[in-house]
Design a protein around this ligand. Structure first.
Ligand code: UN1
Length: 513
């Protein structure tokens, strides 16, 4: 791996194995059992860290709560300046962090860099936003009264993130939370703990250079048990969780039981509708990147292609021949398109999905399989597969986090395709490929896609940070990143001020003493 500079990247990011001394990880609360991070790229141990105990968790909460008391007093544009500096440091560390993401998680180097770029972009967005945390002003029904609303910092934000975007999802949350005056406790996926330490080291430098309280950013490492401590803790007003629908339902119930707020970004089952008027070349690029990018491990990955019968053979042949060009291998080698899955459990789920689709009556169009031999020693490399399927198949209804693409045929008009598109539990991302204005507008209308993201002539993945990101139904309903997603990180207060010498009551109520 040294040829790819992983050692240098880890050194630059201050990530050390516990045997080499403590990983800097300023404000990294971890004194528990050992957690080893193996790379899916070559199966090698990258490093070990300690997990956080419940005492560590308690320390993190106390530190965060204390930091909030001062951080909330800092004017928002000054908090924006901190986020600006964080963005600068991310620029300096883009190469190193991108490489670590690629090596620890397994996505292609280009996508590793892209993920760090998303972090930089959200920082820029948050800096501008730090001067725009606007509330509204209303006209009071009472004379000599003024009414307006303001947004105040809320407190500690708990972030639970997934392995597939081991750094960007944290940044979407923290960059906004910080300009809003909140402090954060982050539990990264136990599959990518080193990415967490690298990020914490970067922000810790900024915090130190600005003499700010360290508890603004706290890192804890561990599994679902730590997550449970967070979701049931009334000292955390907002839990932002990214992961499976199964996990999200557990989180949502625990947070709701104490009337906390949750921001959920859960599974997708994203489709591209390919109409008779689709540009086939664009469709192929969008569909193939959507299905095999990040080895099908994005929540926005393309899982289903809903193709009109009149173009079905043409589109199918074009996609199948594009799959033949795919190079599978070490994601740090930029000649490869597809890297490994995160671990061998994911490989099992991939294989089970392919068995299941055949069992349910589907036909394999591009054979899958687990790769073995030189370069594939980790056992995590699989061949992207395509199956002809029915939308109603149980396996098609289910999100398999792997490069398995289902082709579904539709006939008649676009409404029939929409029925399939919307006929799944999840509601994250969707797309239509068409040059027909009527079809495109129908897809975007109230009777069109029911997803949080609906694209025309663009694939389902790779959203920009400027829009609100998230989806409906089993996707959890949360919105992160751009637009007005910042509002969930603040508490809203309505203020009415009387500048007269009398006290008229609203609704014209008379109450004389
Ligand atoms: C995720 O998979 O959890 O839209 C996030 C995209 C990326 C983010 C995906 N910007 O594909």
């Amino acid at each position: 791996t040294s040829q790819f500079g992983i050692k240098e990247a880890l050194a630059q990011l201050g990530v050390k194995d516990i045997n080499e001394g403590t990983s800097t990880g300023l404000h990294h609360f971890a004194n528990g059992e050992i957690l080893e991070s193996f790379s899916p790229v070559d199966g090698k141990l990258i490093g070990s860290v300690k997990m956080s105990t419940s005492q560590d968790y308690e320390k993190a909460i106390l530190s965060a709560t204390a930091a909030f008391k001062t951080f909330r007093l800092m004017p928002a544009p000054q908090r924006g300046e901190i986020v600006r500096q964080f963005g600068e440091k991310l620029r300096q560390n883009k190469e190193a962090l991108g490489k670590l993401v690629s090596y620890e998680m397994g996505k292609s180097l280009q996508e590793g860099y892209g993920e760090v770029q998303e972090m930089i972009d959200i920082c820029d967005f948050a800096v501008g936003l730090s001067r725009q945390l606007h509330g509204l002003t209303m006209h009071s029904e009472r004379p000599g009264h003024r009414m307006y609303e303001q947004y105040h910092p809320m407190g500690v934000v708990g972030i639970i993130s997934a392995f597939n975007f081991p750094v960007a999802v944290w940044a979407w949350n923290t960059a906004l939370a910080w300009i809003c005056g909140d402090v954060c406790i982050w539990k990264p996926s136990e599959k990518t703990p080193l990415c967490g330490i690298a990020c914490q080291n970067i922000i810790a430098e900024v915090i130190k250079e600005n003499n700010l309280p360290e508890g603004i950013s706290c890192l804890i490492n561990g599994d679902y048990k730590l997550g449970e401590l967070m979701t049931s803790d009334t000292r955390i007003p907002l839990i932002s969780a990214t992961g499976s629908t199964r996990m999200g339902k557990i989180v949502a119930q625990a947070v709701a039981a104490r009337l906390g707020k949750s921001l959920l970004e859960l599974g997708g089952n994203n489709a591209i509708i390919v109409t008779p008027d689709a540009d086939i070349k664009m469709t192929v690029i969008g569909a193939v990147f959507g299905a095999v990018g990040t080895a099908g491990q994005r929540c926005t990955s393309t899982r289903r292609l809903i193709i009109h019968e009149s173009v079905f053979e043409k589109v199918k042949d074009a996609i199948v021949s594009a799959y033949k060009q795919l190079k599978i291998g070490n994601p740090l080698d930029e000649n490869n398109h597809v890297g490994p899955l995160i671990d061998t459990d994911a490989v099992k789920m991939y294989s089970a999905a392919l068995d299941k689709v055949v069992e349910e009556g589907g036909t394999i169009l591009v054979e899958g399989g687990v790769l073995t031999g030189e370069g594939y020693e980790s056992g995590c490399y699989v061949k992207p597969a395509i199956a002809l399927a029915q939308n109603s198949f149980e396996i098609v209804q289910h999100e398999t986090f792997a490069p398995v693409l289902y082709l579904i045929k539709y006939s008649g008009d676009v409404d029939n395709a929409l029925e399939y598109q919307n006929g799944v539990g999840q509601g994250l991302s969707s797309a239509i490929m068409t040059n027909n204005l009527r079809e495109a507008e129908r897809f975007l209308s109230v009777v069109g896609s029911d997803c949080g993201i609906a694209n025309v002539n663009i694939g389902t993945s790779g959203a920009e940070i400027g829009g609100a990101f998230g989806g409906e139904k089993d996707t959890g309903g949360g919105r992160e990143s751009g637009s007005d997603a910042w509002k969930i990180y603040m508490r809203r207060q309505t203020n009415t001020i009387n500048y007269t010498t009398s006290l008229p009551l609203a609704q014209g109520i008379k109450f004389d003493l």
